[in-house]
Each structure stands twice: as C-alpha cells, then as structure tokens.
Design a protein around this ligand. Structure first.
Ligand SMILES: [Zn+2]
Length: 415
C-alpha cells in the first residue's frame, strides 16, 4: 500500500487524536517515593484501559501482569519470522503538575506565540520546531499542567499502528510484540519487564522527541566515590598533627577539570560531575557522576580521579584515600553496532516516507539502553513531542499521524 494512501486514511479516521486525548487526560504520574511497581494505582488502571482498547481493535492476547506491564502481540501475515517489539511507557513525569490535564487543540497554526492560560506562551523564538508545523494542529496543555505526550503520544501511535495493520491485512508485517511499561520516569520500572513473555528479537522504544529524531547512543554512566581519611585532634593542640579530611576533599574537587563539567559540555562531550560532599575532619566523602560516550573516556576520567588523589597523598602521606568507581548503565551503541539491521530498518522506513533521520546521542539513559544490555537491543525513536515534563509541552497532531505512518513503514521494512 502506498505511503500517501496510508497517511490519508489515518488523517481521515482521526483515531490518533482521539486516543491521545483520552490517554493524556488520565493522571498517571509515577511516585519516586514508592518502591512498589507500579508505584501508583492510576498506572494500573491505565494498563487495564489499554488492555480493553487492545481487545477492541482485535488483539485477543492482550493482558496486564501483576507489575502493571501490558503485553500484546500481532502475528506475522507473511513469510517474515522477525519478532519486533514496540515499547512505550504509561507513567508521566512527577516533575510538574499532572492533575486534571486538559489538552487544547490549536487548529491551523499560523506561526507566532501559542497563548496558554496564566499568560504562559510557547514562542517560536525558543521553539524553532514550531515553524515546521505551519498549518498543522498543535496540541498543548492549558498552561497549568504538563501534557503527557511523554509518553502517551508513543502509546497512541503504537495503538493506531496496530489498529491500522489489523484493518488493512494487505500491509505485510513481521511478528509484532507490544509492551506498555510502568514507572519509566522513576528509572526503575523496566527492571520488572519479563523478556521471555515479550519474546522479541529486538525492539524500539517510541519515547523520543521531535519528528525524525532517533537515539541509538546514550551515555556510558559510572558513579564515583572518593573517601578521604584524615586525623583528628583537639583543634587547640593539633599543630603538626591534624590532617583535615574536609580540606583534602575540597582541594580534590577544585583540582577536577573545570572544562569537563555538565555546565560546560554538550553533544558528545563527557564530564565528571561532583554531586555531594559529606564529612568531618576525620573523614570526608565526595560523590561524583562520570558520563561519556565511550568506555575509553570513562577510563580517562577514572585516571584523572586516581592521579589527583595520588598527588594529594604525595603532599600529605598521612592522608588515606579510597576510590570506588561503579557502573550505572552503558551506551547501547555497544549492543546495536553488533546488530546493524536494527538501524537499517529505520533508514529504509525513513527513505520510504521521505524523512531524513536525525541521530542524536542521549545525554542520559533510556529504558532502551537498559533493555539492550538485558538482551533486547532497543533504540529509541521519536513521538513528535516537544518540551517534555513542562507546562510548555506540545505536539503536532499532524506529526503524530506522520509518526504512525513511519511505524507502519518500519514494520513493512522487515518483510
Ligand atoms: Zn518518556
């Protein structure tokens, strides 16, 4: 089926919009203070709604497990034996108000600032991507809440892809597996996914931003802890005897490279970021984040940390220092470069819909990076959403339709 025919059909039936509005109105914020999964009952309720919606479009095996994960599958209708998963998360951020979300549709956007209640505006001056959406319908919240396009847009797009595939059996597809996951914003949800149940060869999280942006790389993330052991004496009688751990901890932080910090780096540059100093005269501890896009960079940072502490010990041999460097998460490119076809399917789909992909390295982690190291290679692809976690969050309905068209082209590229 021709891409333009698919696009026309999706635009006419308007289902992406209806699904998105229905899902966005539910307050499904996760709760970082609750260790249970899902961390909020609203996510479980949303999971049940999604199961019902999946059954309505004709996916009979849809179900939600005890942890709040929704699993569903659509078998291949051709000779393709590929099993591809699509994942999106059900929770929204707890960083901003998500109670009583009222999506507002700004039809036929003609440029200029979008005005929300309370004097809030979304201005093309700091949202240049708005100018790529002239004549389109822009969806925002009303100015008092976030919108939750992160990641309700991803869910609506995956649902519409499935509905369209079922209604249009002449479109060839591989085995499609779907998983809607809880507690992504907390960073812990994905630990409880059952990859045996999902049963896929690889996957895509549909949880990215601007139309066309894909993420196949993320930070290699390590944490560092340096503990300085000093010697304490009565301060009135400690000449030549006291070794103050606090002084060495602060000297250490001062000696870290000033040009490799979060506030001085961007793109593919890494950093060492001291996050806390705790202690007293006898013992002081400095905690740090080490971030880079390769393990050799991480090794270089580790070397800087060790050399700096050795220099301090050389100046004061009575000082004792412990250095601890631990892995937090890894760059998924390590996994994806062994599985070139996963990126090739994206390129092929992009070519078929006339889109130039924009590869952006993520300066953070994603569920996909965890999944990649758990055995499910999983880049992240765009939803069309912008300004996540904020009252200025927005998404173009037309880009949501185009994203669904892209997903349909993606599954066809595997047949
Ligand atoms: Zn997200």
């Amino acid at each position: 089926m021709h891409i333009s025919t698919i696009q026309d059909a999706l635009q006419k039936n308007n289902q992406v919009l209806q699904r998105f509005i229905k899902y966005a109105q539910l307050d499904t914020a996760s709760n970082p203070a609750n260790d249970a999964c899902p961390s909020t009952p609203a996510q479980l309720k949303f999971a049940e709604i999604l199961v019902q919606d999946l059954k309505e479009i004709g996916i009979s095996d849809a179900y939600v497990d005890k942890k709040g994960f929704v699993y569903a599958s659509l078998p291949s209708n051709c000779s393709s034996a590929i099993k591809v998963a699509f994942l999106a998360h059900m929770d929204v951020s707890f960083d901003f108000n998500s109670e009583n979300i009222k999506p507002v549709i700004h039809k036929n956007y003609q440029g200029g600032p979008l005005r929300l209640s309370g004097g809030l505006t979304i201005d093309p001056a700091d949202n240049p991507h708005l100018m790529d959406c002239i004549g389109e319908s822009i969806i925002t919240a009303d100015g008092t809440t976030l919108l939750g396009a992160d990641d309700k847009a991803g869910i609506a797009e995956i649902m519409e892809m499935l509905a369209f595939l079922i209604k249009t059996p002449e479109i060839k597809r591989p085995h499609i597996k779907v998983c809607f996951t809880p507690d992504e914003e907390k960073g812990t949800g994905i630990n409880d996914i059952d990859l045996d149940k999902l049963d896929a060869d690889f996957g895509y999280t549909v949880d990215g931003g601007i139309y066309g942006e894909v993420n196949m790389e993320n930070f290699d993330a390590y944490s560092g802890k340096v503990t300085f052991h000093g010697i304490n004496f009565h301060p009135g009688h400690s000449k030549g005897m006291m070794v103050n751990a606090i002084r060495y901890a602060s000297r250490f932080v001062e000696l870290l490279p000033a040009h490799e910090t979060p506030e001085t780096t961007e793109g593919r540059q890494g950093f060492i970021h001291p996050t806390s100093i705790h202690g007293d005269t006898s013992s002081a501890e400095v905690k740090m984040l080490l971030r880079a896009f390769s393990l050799s960079e991480i090794k270089r940072f580790e070397e800087i940390i060790r050399k700096t502490t050795e220099m301090l010990v050389a100046q004061e041999p009575r000082l004792k220092v412990d250095v601890e460097i631990k892995e937090s998460y890894r760059n998924m490119v390590e996994v994806l470069k062994e599985r070139r076809e996963i990126g090739t399917y994206l390129e092929e789909a992009a070519k078929n819909v006339g889109l130039a992909l924009n590869h952006l390295p993520i300066r953070g982690g994603t569920d996909g990076s965890r999944l990649s190291f758990m055995g499910l290679p999983c880049p992240n692809i765009f939803t069309g959403g912008v300004n996540f976690h904020s009252p200025k969050e927005w998404i173009s309905l037309d880009k949501m339709v185009l994203t669904t068209v892209f997903l349909l082209a993606l599954v066809q590229s595997m047949t």
